[in-house]
Design a protein around this ligand. Sequence first.
Ligand code: ATP
Ligand code: 3PG
Length: 412
Amino acid sequence: MASFATLDALAGRFSEARVLVRLDLNSPIEDGTVQDNRRFERHARTVSELAGAGHRVVCLAHQGRPGRDDFTHLDQHAGILSDYLDRDVQYVDDICGATAIDAIADAEPGEVLLLDNVRMHDDELADRDPEAHADADLVTTLAEAADAYVNDAYSAAHRGHASLVGFPHVLPAYAGRVMETEYEANSAIATREFDGQVTMVVGGTKATDVIQVMDAIGDKVDAFCLGGIAGELFLRAAGHPVGHDVGGSDRFDEQWERNEETIRAVLDERGDQIHLPLDLAYADEYEQRAEIALWQIDEKSTSFLDVGSASIDSYRDIVADSEAVFVKGALGVFEDERFADGTVGVLEAIADTDCFSVVGGGDTSRAIGMYGLDEADFSHVSIAGGAYIRALTGEPLVAVETLENCRPKTEA
Ligand SMILES: Nc1ncnc2c1ncn2[C@@H]1O[C@H](COP(=O)(O)OP(=O)(O)OP(=O)(O)O)[C@@H](O)[C@H]1O
Ligand SMILES: O=C(O)[C@H](O)COP(=O)(O)O
């Protein structure tokens, strides 16, 4: 259990307050258009609760990183957020200048504002510790204009940026509903004791991340079911001619070099817990899905894009016997229907059981909506990427620690 104060405590202390709410609306951008995603819908619940209670809600968020194509203003984000609320979101083209401060002062009870991309202010990304961030202009100016601070940005909580760690030192600070639920579910592998089998489904393209997770939490997990790039790299370590770059791909060799030692050590120490694909799927000469058993592969000349049917059956059985299942990364290129069987098959197996389940990773969790699965059949579908990885390994998240350490005095 986290020891931060929540919106329940805020409700008991404030009415019609000016509440600064840090959201994480960081989203994919395609051809200049911000793509709607779960983050808007989830954060809308926190914003709606606060606005519905009559508070004046001032949202702060970031988009992209300076120097990247996805570093933009938040006007489109305001539009998407208001689609999920039963009220308008007023976009303020300023962060903590006179325009922002006036808009905050003029806000009526129940009104929602979204300030501009907080990473456009130099203080946000300055390399400072939380106490020094609390003294920076960005934080002191906005804190002066507000009564309370809510951090709902769990998925950015591994970042020690000003808007995430500065305010709790100068304003009564609370965790929003997204922060609360994400923290609870994603930390479960590190904090909860499960009576039965704990399974982790590991796939995707970021093999380095997931291999580190496997290395760190091997003691807490009974079965790892592998697919995606990590699956092939483990097969390569086990002596199979897969997991090499072919036909212009650049996903394998570099990650192999970086992780070979860890992969071999994990296989050596935890071979019994690790379930590798028994077969793999690829596009044949007619561009149809075809499968090949592992023992039939004698040279790496094909790009494999999914695990095969025998692997899926075996993973489904493992899931059915599990008390808890955590998913990180897709087992295949599910965006292409021909190669969705592995990812969808395992998600369906999880949905069919009443095990405790967490599905993480922005890309992977998209498969739930794409293939008509019901989010309600999973205990939690995380909207976090880097923060989820850290939570799985039990690594502290600096913004969560700050909320806990700066718990408002009256709620202590
Ligand atoms: N064999 C494969 N070859 C190429 N890509 C694959 C393969 N298997 C899975 N993928 C890709 O992995 C992606 C999902 O995993 P990824 O590592 O990107 O992370 P995620 O955990 O879902 O998301 P994020 O970390 O971005 O929040 C999917 O888009 C899928 O197409
Ligand atoms: O999208 C995310 O995972 C968070 O917003 C963190 O973004 P960052 O990796 O750019 O800090």
